[in-house]
Write a protein that binds this ligand. Structure first.
Ligand code: SF4
Length: 317
């Protein structure tokens, strides 16, 4: 139980933090339902207007539970404080076209999430902001999976296979990601998978090879991902590869070998950078596979998922 002085100090720090976010252009904050309940129960509750329908706890998600039960609270509350990803980057300052129009997303109900995501998807499907990509694409690859999941994977951009099928991570790298997800005890249907860019970066003559998105393309498309994250409000984001991290951080270069395995925060959400599956496919070393798997184990721990001895031992000699 905090003393009055400690409570006042925490309250002041919270207000300062929210005001700093506002000055930086943020127009929404994500609160989990438990926090919302605590706020509503506080003596200052009249200042907070709840949404009409209370949101279910993420851990009560039946589809996620059926794959691997999640307790209501993470099992590692004493985890080290993560580093903060600041919102001062050029990418973040440009990423306001969707964010500024967002309502305060305080504990969206399942229906409200679904409505918001459907509306966002509709906008993305007809988006032609990058005219060169819109002209070359076969489909807009918006994202796939459970928008109520506490776990979200973020990659960089669709490749040729994804462009044809309209779904992220379906090529060789995607098949490896699917195996990783299954090894965690989950499935593609119980997590959410999205990309920084929703359209395939065009290639000369429409060739099959893939290219890295340009900083300008990433800046233009980032608001869609930001809004997806705000709607889903996952507990953990796993960023796949350096380019995904560059887009989220708004700076480059990012050295994923140095950054992976360390918890960061993205708009208050735990963020784990790790290798892109295509790098793991190219590299094939036991050490790289183990490091990638350790990042997944860390995410499972952060989510409070059960981990068997067999799972802990993968890719150890
Ligand atoms: S990449 Fe993103 S911003 Fe560019 S056209 Fe596609 S959906 Fe629109």
């Amino acid at each position: 139980m905090a003393s009055d002085a400690e409570f006042q100090s925490l309250l002041t720090a919270t207000i300062d933090h929210l005001e700093a976010l506002k000055r930086r252009g943020h127009r929404s904050v994500v609160l989990d339902p438990g926090t919302l309940q605590d706020l509503l129960a506080s003596p200052t509750a009249p200042a907070v207007q709840p949404l009409p329908k209370p949101a279910p706890a993420l851990s009560a998600n039946p589809s996620f539970q059926s794959a691997s039960p999640l307790p209501s609270a993470p099992s590692t509350p004493a985890a080290p404080k993560p580093a903060l990803v600041t919102g001062e980057s050029p990418v973040h300052s440009l990423a306001t076209s969707l964010a500024t129009s967002a309502t305060i997303r305080v504990g969206l109900s399942r229906e409200e999430k679904e409505t918001a995501m459907a509306a966002l998807k509709e906008r993305a499907l007809s988006c032609v902001q990058c005219s060169h990509l819109a002209a070359a694409r076969k489909s807009v690859v918006f994202g796939v999976g459970d928008i109520h999941s506490p776990l979200m994977f973020v990659g960089e951009a669709p490749g040729a296979d994804e462009d044809v099928q309209g779904e992220p991570f379906v090529g060789a790298a995607g098949q490896l990601l699917t195996k990783v997800i299954q090894t965690m005890g989950l499935s593609r249907e119980t997590v959410y998978i999205g990309n920084l860019l929703k359209c395939r970066p065009d290639t000369p003559g429409g060739s099959l090879g893939n290219r890295k998105p340009t900083p300008d393309e990433m800046r233009t498309c980032l608001p869609y991902l930001q809004e997806q994250i705000r709607i889903i409000a996952p507990k953990v984001i796993i960023a796949l590869g350096a380019t995904a991290m560059e887009g989220l951080l708004g700076r480059s270069p990012v050295y994923i070998t140095k950054m992976r395995g360390q918890w960061l925060q993205y708009e208050g959400i735990d963020l784990m950078p790790t290798y892109h599956p295509s790098y793991v496919l190219r590299n094939q070393s036991l050490a790289t596979k183990r490091e990638t798997w350790e990042d997944m184990l860390a995410a499972m721990e952060r989510l409070g998922m059960p981990i068997s001895d067999k799972q802990r031992g993968y890719f150890l000699k």
